[in-house]
Design a protein around this ligand. Structure first.
Ligand code: WTA
Length: 636
């Protein structure tokens, strides 16, 4: 496959960027020409940010799986689409060519149809990182069902909330999932989640761990048995459903600054164009290369840069079931060596964690196949950047620091590998189509260079969020109402003298822990559910490996031993959200610093958690200023 829209040098980048701003419709029409459409669009873009209402390629008809699978069959049928590496290094890896993946997706799409799934139905996918997860995802897209993949680390309660919000009547899961030494009982978690979801009609269970599972008659069926049924039907073809450009492709839940996670909705055409365009340009993908994105498909990074971006480009996407430290801290490097990986895309938290194991597990591996390194999910500190560049890329691979969000569908700000310069800890320049701006608290744009402010985007790009599922007003309020006429990212940002962007972190009440977004309100709600807890406040603090750690201040009315109570609270959080949201530190307090109007002064709590108690700023507006000294003394 060739990519006529792949930018080859700095001049081309500048020209493409200028054109994308001056003539956005012509620019994106030219890119979109390179995809397979069942019917061409009537208009390229109609939008306003006030409702918001954003329509890309309106009137166009397509199916994303024809772009990810069918179109590659003529010339690339035998190219590996997915290479899968097991958690267990002794287990044989799997390779699915485009032909095989196409066959399996059609086969499973027929399974979904046989089980009653129709266009527009929501299907929840809760599986480990095995090829069947990609197959299930694409099979939904094939028949126009809306997939909602839930990360395997979320608890039954968290799944149940999401199932109810999406009213998902169909579930695809596994008996269990392997991650390092753990065997996660996925089906059993689903069973618990379903106690509160009697509307679920069917659970399709794929065998992975052979853990004992309870299969409920009339509701639960085995993936393998259902495949056999399709085989006895003679494996009929599964034509790709005709989808409108703006039909929903998937829902992905993400945490925000308010209590309940929201279902970010992406639509078929814009998301396809955006993930493909950014994949091809940021990573400078060349046919034949092996692309290894270490994220989980339960997060947006996996959706966009394991599944849709690479496959729509006919690339070879490596999918890894395990974790970076199993069986030892050299596992990523083993995988790179074994499959001659050319592009490695991972998170700063993984880099920092692997750095701490030293170079013994790096230096005995052949990493010479690597050509591009990528970073995503949180700001990458200079030390981690240098380590990655020197020891993994051997100073010959550009590092792309890619800034984006679940809501943006794909990368918005990043250097293009080897095409535009990299700069440690800077995401650098916006992609064509992306018009960033910095604003002050009052919403006034801060112009010029060498400035910082809150990061907003002025103009829609094809991959932008369209709505939050079933609650459009929430989408408007969260992203489009803080600053009139702008999409607000929630991130703070600095623009240097050359116009390079550096993301400094969230400015709202969202934490980024090991690259995972955790809403403080959601976490406080979970902690407050623990009996004896009267009130709590969560803030982040700098953490060497995780980027941010979770610090909880808890008012607790109980006589139990504090250490035990800490464990109980952690258990409650694991139960309500999942282990990823467990607090790192829990300080028991008698009260929280509040203003006279009852608002918690988080600024003060943040400073105490950071150990920066020298100057806490103005505390005179507090209801009880003496409380601050008591909290300071008890700080952990
Ligand atoms: C943060 C992950 C700095 C940021 C793709 C954003 C980053 C949030 C970077 C979105 C980066 C992501 N540099 N910060 N390169 N990439 N972030 O939705 O705070 O899980 O708002 O999407 O991660 O997290 P999400």
């Amino acid at each position: 496959m060739n990519y006529p829209y792949q930018i080859k040098n700095l001049e081309e980048y500048k020209a493409a960027y200028t054109k994308s701003v001056k003539e956005p419709e012509n620019f994106w029409a030219e890119v979109a020409e390179n995809f397979v459409w069942k019917k061409k669009w009537d208009s390229v873009l109609e939008w306003n940010f006030s409702e918001p209402s954003i329509k890309w390629f309106k009137g166009g008809k397509l199916n994303i799986t024809e772009n990810c699978l069918d179109r590659h069959l003529a010339t690339n049928a035998n190219t590996p689409a997915i290479i899968w590496e097991s958690n267990d290094p002794e287990e044989h890896h799997r390779v699915l060519t485009y032909k095989e993946l196409h066959f399996k997706v059609c086969q499973f799409a027929n399974v979904l149809k046989n089980n009653g799934v129709k266009k527009g139905d929501r299907v929840c996918i809760y599986m480990g990182m095995i090829p069947e997860l990609s197959i299930a995802t694409l099979a939904c897209a094939r028949i126009g069902a809306i997939h909602s993949v839930i990360f395997g680390g979320f608890s039954a309660q968290a799944i149940s909330d999401r199932l109810q919000d999406a009213h998902a009547e169909y579930i695809v899961t596994c008996d269990g999932g392997f991650r390092g030494t753990k065997d996660i009982p996925l089906k059993s978690v689903i069973d618990d989640a379903l106690i509160a979801c009697p509307f679920v009609k069917r659970v399709i269970v794929c065998t992975r761990t052979r853990t004992a599972v309870s299969m409920i008659k009339g509701r639960d069926v085995w993936w393998e048995d259902e495949i056999k049924k399709v085989e006895t039907q003679g494996n009929p073809a599964c034509p790709a459903e005709e989808m409108d450009a703006e039909d929903a492709l998937f829902i992905l839940y993400t945490s925000g600054s308010t209590g309940k996670p929201k279902g970010v909705v992406h639509t078929c055409a814009g998301y396809m164009v955006w993930t493909n365009y950014t994949f091809v340009n940021v990573f400078q993908y060349k046919p034949g290369q092996v692309h290894f994105c270490t994220a989980d498909i339960g997060w947006i990074t996996g959706h966009s840069y394991i599944v849709y971006g690479p496959l729509s480009a006919g690339a070879t996407s490596l999918m890894f079931e395990g974790i970076p430290t199993y069986p030892d801290a050299g596992r990523f490097w083993d995988v790179v060596d074994k499959f001659k990986v050319n592009i490695l895309y991972t998170a700063p938290t993984a880099i920092r964690s692997l750095m701490s194991f030293g170079l013994d597990t790096v230096n005995n591996k052949d990493l010479s196949s690597l050509q591009v390194l990528g970073s995503v999910g949180e700001p990458i500190n200079e030390e981690a950047w240098q380590w990655y560049y020197k020891n993994i890329g051997k100073e010959k691979c550009p590092v792309v620091d890619t800034w984006w969000q679940t809501e943006t569908g794909g990368i918005l700000i990043s250097n293009l590998a080897g095409v535009t310069p990299h700069k440690p800890s800077f995401a650098t320049l916006p992609l064509p189509g992306v018009q960033p701006c910095l604003v002050d608290e009052s919403g006034k744009e801060i112009e010029g260079n060498g400035v910082s402010g809150n990061l907003c985007i002025k103009f829609p790009w094809p991959g932008i969020i369209r709505t939050t599922y079933n609650d459009h007003e929430r989408c408007r309020q969260t992203y489009f109402s803080t600053y009139k006429g702008l999409y607000f990212t929630g991130d703070g940002c600095l623009r240097d003298e050359e116009g390079n962007y550096r993301i400094t972190g969230r400015v709202d009440d969202v934490l980024n822990v090991s690259g995972h977004r955790i809403g403080t309100a959601e976490l406080e709600n979970a902690i407050n559910m623990h009996s004896g807890v009267i009130e709590s406040a969560i803030v982040g603090y700098p953490h060497d490996i995780k980027g941010q750690g979770i610090y909880a201040y808890v008012i607790y009315d109980g006589t139990h031993d504090h250490n035990l109570t800490r464990k109980d609270i952690a258990q409650t959080v694991t139960h309500i959200i999942g282990a990823i949201a467990k607090p790192d530190k829990i300080q028991f307090v008698t009260g929280l610093p509040k203003t006279r109007s009852g608002k918690i002064m988080r600024r003060i709590l943040r400073k105490i958690a950071e150990g920066d108690t020298g100057n806490l700023g103005d505390t005179s507006t507090l209801l009880d200023p003496t409380l601050v000294d008591v909290i300071k003394e008890g700080a952990l």
